[in-house]
Design a protein around this ligand. Structure first.
Ligand code: BGC
Length: 454
């Protein structure tokens, strides 16, 4: 049973109704600040206009290349849009070696261009002209569909020489240096935009795109009159534009301090981007496992869990000395378990900590710790989504979501919906759909729009 001691220990992770309301209000205020020219510089949620103003009709056709950089893997894709809301995608995954994530930016882009060239050769397309949509999932200031200046690296990347630069140009130059493929970078997009576009391709009511994966962020469709940062020339033919909220940075000005725990502070202080992306550090796959590790260690130190285990001391040492040993995928596995078997939980405890046949009571407690961490993440994500939906004029809003946490966690969707039912205005209807390949199909759809404009 989960006893009072453990409940007390986890209390800081359980958001009260008051805290939820307060975070919601602060989030909405921050978005409004981000959209206004006079207050944008003070806002931490930058609300970047993406210059994507056409949602898909479903009739788009053509062959497009796509690149996806931003999580643990990097992918090259060939997308064939077939009309009738249909598309096929062929793709190849490449690992991003750790040294490339922190090494000189030029080397990263050379590696990407090399993978692209190999892919083109494998598909016998050396002689074809290929328009490419580049899903680059980091905060960027855009000045058009194909110009995107990186503002800061996130999620463990920190290659020097890229911040402040146009990543479309850097990719173009790397392709030119090789000179073995006729590829034109026609659009740069965020993964949230890709998610929104790929869901809108299937469902015309989609207005919000969310990623809860290695990182966490959202975009949504805003009326151009509310986007002061968008130049007037983009307001005559279109009434809407997708805004990349960059909500991962919410809290970077202290606004979430009243709900952050000591473990959030520790995760942040040990990260390579200290004091940045504080909302992301409470909600995304790169950090959730670490939050569980730290709380579990505290529970062990206070003798709240594994009270009768003879291996307590060794267990604590393993936990203390192995940062990231408990991964976010383990949270999903533990929460998928049921009483009294707890087969995943027992396997994980044995594999990571060498403790054989963990007691039912300890499995229940570990599950409770995981639930507190993931429910809080889902609650914060739901606050953000509700804030965006309530800004949108349409009565019915569909939200497209992707990312490993949302996709693989057994209850994340349910946790999100529960909170959204409390926060979304009562005259609105919402639904959530899992995105299918935003960085492939979504990128091709943006590339298709870009090609049309050209
Ligand atoms: C980036 C966003 C991205 C999100 C999800 C964040 O770290 O800043 O641009 O959308 O991760 O990949």
């Amino acid at each position: 049973m989960v006893d009072v001691e453990l409940r007390e220990l986890m209390q800081p992770f359980v958001l009260s109704d008051y805290q939820v309301q307060e975070v919601y209000t602060r989030f909405c205020t921050e978005i409004a600040k981000g959209l206004r020219r006079s207050t944008n510089t003070q806002a931490v949620t930058k609300c970047y206009p993406t210059y994507v103003q056409d949602l898909p009709t479903g009739d788009e056709i053509g062959k497009y290349m796509a690149l996806d950089l931003g999580g643990t893997n990097f992918r090259v894709l060939l997308v064939t849009l077939k009309g009738h809301h249909d598309a096929t995608v062929e793709s190849q995954i490449y690992a991003v070696p750790k040294d490339l994530m922190v090494g000189p930016g030029v080397e990263l882009f050379d590696h990407i261009a090399e993978c692209l060239a190999k892919f083109v050769e494998k598909h016998n397309m050396q002689d074809a002209y290929l328009p490419l949509g580049f899903t680059f999932s980091f905060p960027c200031v855009q000045v058009g569909l194909k110009e995107a200046m990186l503002t800061r690296w996130t999620k463990g990347f920190s290659c020097p020489g890229v911040e402040g630069e146009d990543v479309g140009l850097m990719l173009h130059e790397a392709i030119q240096r090789r000179g073995d493929a006729d590829i034109a970078v026609v659009a740069i997009l965020n993964d949230t935009t890709g998610t929104l576009m790929s869901c809108a391709h299937r469902n015309p009511d989609c207005r919000v795109g969310v990623i809860v994966g290695t990182g966490c962020n959202a975009c949504y469709v805003e009326h151009v009159d509310n986007v002061e940062l968008l130049e007037t020339e983009f307001k005559s033919d279109h009434k809407q534009v997708i805004i990349n909220v960059e909500w991962g940075a919410f809290g970077d000005n202290g606004q979430l301090d009243f709900v952050r725990t000591e473990h959030d502070r520790e995760v942040d202080s040990k990260s390579i981007n200290c004091s940045q992306q504080l909302f992301e550090k409470m909600t995304s796959g790169m950090y959730m496992g670490e939050l569980v590790r730290l709380t579990l260690l505290r529970a062990l130190e206070r003798n709240t869990i594994f009270k009768l285990s003879t291996k307590r001391a060794e267990f604590a040492i393993v936990l203390r000395t192995n940062t990231n040993i408990f991964e976010t995928k383990h949270i999903s596995e533990v929460e998928d378990d049921s009483f009294p078997e707890f087969s995943n939980t027992r396997r994980i405890i044995k594999q990571l900590f060498g403790v054989e046949k963990a007691a039912v009571e300890d499995c229940q407690k570990l599950k409770y710790i995981c639930e507190c961490v993931s429910k809080r993440a889902a609650t914060l994500v739901a606050i953000g989504i509700s804030g965006l939906i309530n800004r949108i004029n349409d009565r019915k809003v569909v939200v497209g979501i992707d990312g490993s946490v949302y996709r693989y966690h057994p209850h994340f969707d349910a946790y999100i919906r529960e909170v959204m039912h409390k926060l979304v205005k009562s005259d609105k209807e919402f639904d959530i759909m899992l995105s299918e390949d935003g960085s492939g199909r979504g990128a091709a759809l943006v590339a298709a729009v870009a090609s049309k404009i050209k």
